[in-house]
Design a protein around this ligand. Sequence first.
Ligand SMILES: Nc1ncnc2c1ncn2[C@@H]1O[C@H](COP(=O)(O)OP(=O)(O)O)[C@@H](O)[C@H]1O
Ligand SMILES: [Mg+2]
Length: 509
Amino acid sequence: MSNLGPGAATQVANAAKADATRRQGEASHPQSSAWVSANAGSGKTHVLAQRVIRLLLSGTPPGRILCLTYTKAAAANMANRVLDILGRWVGLSDAALNAELARIDDRPPNGDLRARARRLFAAALETPGGLKIQTIHAFCGGLLHRFPFEAGVAAGFSELDDAGRLDLMARIRAELIVEATGTPAGRLGQALAALIETLSDAGVDALLEAAVDARALIEPLGGDADARRAAVARVLGVAPEETPERVRRDMLASPHLVRSEWASIAACLREGAKTDQALGEQLALAAVASSEAEALPAYLGVFLTDKYEPRAASRFLTKGLRGLYPELCDRLDAEKERIIGLLDRLRAAETLARTDAALTLGAEACRRYAREKAQRGLLDFDDLIGRTAELLNRVPASWVHFKLDRGIDHVLVDEAQDTSPEQWKVVEGLIADFFSGEGAREGLTRTLFVVGDEKQSIFSFQGADPRTFGDMHARFAGAAGPKDFRNVRLPHSFRSAPGVLEAVDRIFA
Ligand SMILES: Nc1ncnc2c1ncn2[C@@H]1O[C@H](COP(=O)(O)OP(=O)(O)O)[C@@H](O)[C@H]1O
Ligand SMILES: [Mg+2]
């Protein structure tokens, strides 16, 4: 390190920053589509804001730019970044504005450009026709409100927001539980009873919540409870009529060790060594049990450990005992094998019972949720996305763009790692003719710009998957074909603490 002189760490850092800024400039070039995958703090939102501004400076009407993201916070962040800069420009001196313009754009600033730059703030805020920076849900809601007939939604529908959904779920949950506990012999009552053994009240709440979240998977299973159970049984490889009770009964009904012989067999085991004696104790306990429920754990204890794992061969029947009672020991070995086989069946039967119960309650919660929404003309967030994706993929993109004021020519997506596959369908629908056909008219550049951090997906529960991000990149790059579609990485973090660099420099000063 002796070749590092005073301030060297800062110099190295400045060089890295300069390189990062150059890459950012490449990514924000408004004539080329681009895909940016980079860590938090590398300046992705910064680049997006710069790109919007460069588009505006180059004469793109604000209304033709659409910025989308998943959360309201991220949408507000995008809007603030753009408007902060444009707002500041309004009051800058010519010299100061020239310096800013030179930093952001590669054209030499002149009077025309400065005049345009100063008008952008007002133009961006204009409605209609202003800049669209929205959550993807808000965009979809707006689109559906404009074309309810084409989208097949109730005209004047309301959006079910998070608070509304919480209310609705609380009511559905309360009604379901009152009904289930009121009719314990009914399907709902039995389902709740089956779950309450292993789930707390909070667990039941979470289950209903998860079911409504997963309604796209649950609803297609249909309303027929028997068919649903049969489908689960098929996956588990058990008969649909299988129950844990049946398997437990079979466990106690051994063809090898008839129950009336248990006491005498226990006596034989007690003649052996210590480990044999312990098995004898278990069997004796089972023999005197006053109920099946009491007998079963004792009986299983002969063959299985406390953890319900098969006893090791070395801990099951000693050589001495095998010499003494060879035929009995063979029967005990055979019984052990039979019990091990039944244990798998028991686990499958328990899984079937619990899954069936969970699906019974879950499907009912989904049914009521859908009914409430239909009755009250509500669309939830998933509906907004799903209906829009469906609309965009049914009608030609040119039709939608024709109907959307003057159309959208530039789509920018921030925090794209949080975009779910359904949401990607919306983006795909919007840009369907950006690169080909009528939409890619002579002289008009239409671009897609996506920034995200594949390592940072916080919404895996809503269907976003780090792999989706990479897959979508490949798809869009493929759709762009020979059109310029830049793949940019931003390896530098602008958030790394400058204090550390200063400390390094002080040491070498
Ligand atoms: N080229 C740059 N020069 C100076 N600061 C930058 C540059 N690019 C980004 N920053 C700053 O770095 C921080 C992180 O940028 P941001 O765009 O929020 O990153 P990301 O969206 O990748 O998390 C912000 O404070 C931003 O202003
Ligand atoms: Mg960001």
